[in-house]
Design a protein. Structure first.
Length: 405
């Protein structure tokens, strides 16, 4: 789902060395379908030429607070009106101070004072300036007024020093913008719990039993639900993938951790999607010290069954629906008799829908073949597609189930 399409973003660039990163931002926002209109302070134009932004966005850059547009309207007024969102990146300490005090003596402060659109700021400055009580009080004032602050990172600064004050990376800023656009999406106000990744069961302090699940499907689902405005709880055992912006994350390792987290987060949730691959068995007891090979020629590990999480969710849904998710979706990755096995699981686990994936095509790959089995016996046999596209189809179905409840 592309929440950027045909959105007008006013990108305000102020005078910091991080202005060069604003060119990347402008380019990416333009590429994902937004109309990007850039306004720059004079100081910003010393760092990066307006022509850079004009070439990237295909729109003229506004620099003069008194400039008139083609229709003889003051340009900063028309920028303020047409913006779906105003993003100031980088935002200097000076601009932040002006916004906190309601100044309107350059294009950016004038636009911010006039607009009704949400305002996002990505501050960039020396650590001393950022930590100064004046800046912190200005930031607090702006936050109170609803301005969204994309916190600066800590790290290397242009001065050679190291500390907090680096502008957030363009990818993080774009995620923050996406998050704001999603707030009035089709799942706004809905609470969606998504699990991702294979669990790990300890054999000893260095070894685990696990499986090939990469977690990519769960993360694609979380991204899509966030883009639709849902409040997403992501329960994950994955360490390698970046956390989707705006998701509330619970990290788990074992199936029992996952069990506890799902039952807790699932209470009163609108949708639960179990994309995780929980280990069904765990060693009866994990060795306290590393098992040494000299100790024996062969090794037998006694495994015991882990709880069936969806089985327990089904029980709670039946006995105490207020404490359970309203819609439950599971996955079935099978090597044989895919549809029959998946249908049996749908019934056994009391699901609204199950996503049946053939193994070995599924694990770790970016494209998947899936059949959706619905509890009303409908079967949707889908062509192989990206996990992102499959996530959208799964959430369309989940939304349908919610409407029927
Ligand atoms: N699942 C679960 N709890 C488990 C194991 C799996 O809730 N202990 C969930 C998975 O997240 C998935 C669905 O149940 O959504 C089916 O998982 P799968 O491993 O295919 O099924 P199992 O119930 O483990 O059955 P089997 O191992 O016999 O195929």
């Amino acid at each position: 789902m592309n929440v950027f399409l045909n959105k007008t973003i006013v990108l305000g660039v102020t005078g910091s060395i991080a202005a060069y990163k604003a060119a990347t931002l402008a380019s990416r926002l333009h590429q994902v379908g937004a109309h990007v209109h850039v306004a720059m302070t004079d100081a910003a134009a010393h760092f990066v030429a307006p022509l850079t932004f004009e070439s990237l966005t295909h729109h003229p850059v506004l620099r003069d607070v008194l400039a008139l547009g083609a229709d003889s309207e003051i340009e900063h007024v028309s920028f303020a009106k047409r913006a779906h969102l105003v993003l100031i990146a980088p935002a200097t300490a000076n601009t932040i101070a002006k916004l906190a005090h309601g100044f309107a003596n350059d294009v950016i402060s004038a636009i911010c004072l006039d607009t009704r659109a949400p305002i996002l700021l990505a501050p960039a400055m020396e650590t001393g300036m950022w930590e100064n009580a004046a800046t912190q009080e200005n930031i607090a004032v702006l936050k109170r007024r609803g301005v969204i602050i994309i916190e600066p990172d800590a790290g290397h600064l242009a001065s050679g020093a190291s500390g907090k004050g680096r502008m957030a990376e363009p990818s993080e800023i774009i995620d923050a913008v996406r998050h704001v656009f999603a707030l009035d999406g089709s799942m706004a106000g809905k609470r969606v719990v998504i699990t991702a990744g294979g669990t790990r069961e300890a054999i000893d302090p260095v070894r685990v039993i696990s499986n090939h699940s990469s977690g990519k499907m769960g993360y694609a689902l979380a991204e899509e639900a966030l883009a639709r405005g849902a409040n997403v709880a992501l329960i994950t055992s994955v360490q390698e993938l970046p956390i989707p912006y705006g998701a509330n994350v619970t990290r788990v390792i074992s199936t029992r951790d996952l069990f506890d987290a799902v039952l807790r987060e699932g209470r009163g949730a609108d949708v639960l999607i179990m994309a995780a691959a929980p280990a069904d068995f765990r060693p009866a007891s994990a060795a306290e010290q590393k098992i040494k090979k000299e100790a024996a020629e062969d090794l037998t590990i006694h495994l015991v069954r882990n709880p069936d999480i969806l089985g327990e969710v089904a029980r709670v849904r039946e006995q105490n629906p207020a404490n359970a998710p309203r819609v439950a979706v599971g996955f079935a990755a099978e090597t044989n008799d895919l549809i029959d096995n998946a249908r049996a699981k749908l019934e056994r686990k009391g699901l609204d829908m199950i996503v049946a994936n053939p193994v070995p095509q599924t694990f770790g790959s970016d494209n998947v073949k899936a059949t959706l089995l619905l509890k009303n016996h409908t079967e949707l046999d889908l062509e192989p597609m990206s996990k992102e596209n499959l996530a959208a189809i799964i959430l369309d179905q989940a939304e349908n189930f919610l409407k029927q409840k």
